[in-house]
Design a protein around this ligand. Structure first.
Ligand code: Y12
Ligand code: CO
Length: 176
């Protein structure tokens, strides 16, 4: 198992616009495996490659399922070069992000989306989805375009977040 360092806000690397994946080789497969280990070890349900400092259009989602609400590798979605082709409706959800630890904010997204993407072998797929999976995919696609969920907050809430985040970072420094 190999894990990668998750970059946190306000690191400017998170502002990068990620590039299309063109090679679906062993190097990509090893990277995807390392991303999965990193996401699970960090208690995440979604991760974009830019969060581990690799600016390529790759995202992973693994939603908990079953009676035990566990994350299973068989439920893992590896989404490469996604393109949203349809979007509709509106839904609010308290979102969190491994790159903004400790903060959860109510964000509005499209309720349903349809997207085209490639898997680790370069095979093309179409996926129609809604609710939590749709929210998670939209959150991760924003990362590929250099955007964080906190940028969707209204001005006053963003200001409040900045103040609280800075305070939390100071406290963290004191403890280390
Ligand atoms: C709905 C909304 C957003 C997403 C994107 C994926 N987000 C995550 O996976 C966030 C995970 C997360 C985990 C944290 O660590 C722990 O809970 C131990 C965390 O840190 C703290 O709260 C201290 C923050 C976020 C998917 C679906
Ligand atoms: Co995120």
């Amino acid at each position: 198992m190999s894990t990668l360092k998750v970059i946190t806000y306000p690191n400017k690397v998170l502002k990068n616009i990620s590039s299309e994946v063109k090679k679906f080789d062993n190097l990509l497969h090893k990277f995807l495996d390392n991303m999965f280990d990193t996401m699970i070890l960090s208690n995440g349900i979604g991760l974009a490659a830019i969060q581990v400092a690799n600016p390529i259009r790759v995202l992973l989602i693994c939603l908990p399922s079953g009676e035990e609400d566990e994350q299973k590798k068989e439920d893992l979605l590896e989404i490469i070069n996604p393109i949203v082709i349809k979007k509709s409706g509106s839904i609010f959800y308290q979102e969190g992000c491994l790159s903004v630890p400790g903060f959860y904010e109510e964000i509005e997204r499209f309720e349903s989306i349809e997207l085209e993407y490639q898997d680790r072998y370069g095979t093309k797929h179409t996926l129609q989805t809604d609710d939590l999976l749709s929210i998670a995919i939209q959150h991760e696609i924003d990362h590929l375009d250099g955007k964080l969920f906190i940028e969707k907050l209204p001005y006053a809430r963003r200001k409040k977040f900045e103040k609280e985040y800075k305070k939390a970072q100071k406290e963290k420094k004191k403890d280390n």
